[in-house]
Write a protein that binds this ligand. Structure first.
Ligand code: DQA
Length: 150
């Protein structure tokens, strides 16, 4: 069985308690359960991760690249949190490791502060889901399956 990695960046461990007017009331554990249920429908497993540390996220993308080359992983649905707007290292990791990434944001970042309007991830993403709440993870998985699965 192949796997889809769901990768979450900083502060997403606080989902459910953090700014619920932006991010809703579901927790990251709820998101994991949703993703696992969706993956199972398509015969896939989920490797669900969260880190508050940029380097750990870079390492996860590198690991994803290896797993893809070994035929064990389809790609990554990635909510990079605030690193979206700052991280050239994550941009370079996605390109360097040749990982198909769907970028997901729970909130509509374009309706928020100007500093959230730029993404270093979007130019190297195969697709983007923005502002659809936590359902965006499921939509991102569907998009990844449509674009990448053979
Ligand atoms: C976010 C949007 C980012 O701007 C923010 O820093 C986050 C969450 C979202 O899912 O809407 O941490 O990626």
């Amino acid at each position: 069985m192949s796997t889809i990695m769901i990768l979450n960046g900083p502060n997403l461990n606080l989902l459910g308690q953090r700014e619920p007017e932006q991010y809703g009331h579901e927790t990251l554990a709820d998101v994991e359960a949703m993703c696992k249920a969706e993956a199972a429908k398509h015969g896939y497993d989920v490797d669900f991760r969260q880190s508050n540390h940029e380097g750990v996220l870079v390492d996860a993308i590198h690991e994803a690249g290896q797993l893809i080359k070994a035929g064990k992983l389809l790609g990554v649905v990635f909510n990079p949190g605030a690193y979206t707007h700052t991280s050239i290292a994550l941009h370079d990791a996605i390109k360097g490791a040749e990982v198909p990434v769907v970028e997901v944001h729970i909130s509509n970042v374009h309706a928020r502060e100007a500093f959230r309007h730029h993404s270093y991830i979007s130019p190297c993403a195969v697709g983007i889901v923005i502002g659809m709440g936590v359902q965006g993870y499921v939509l991102g998985m569907q998009g990844l399956l449509n674009k990448v699965a053979k």
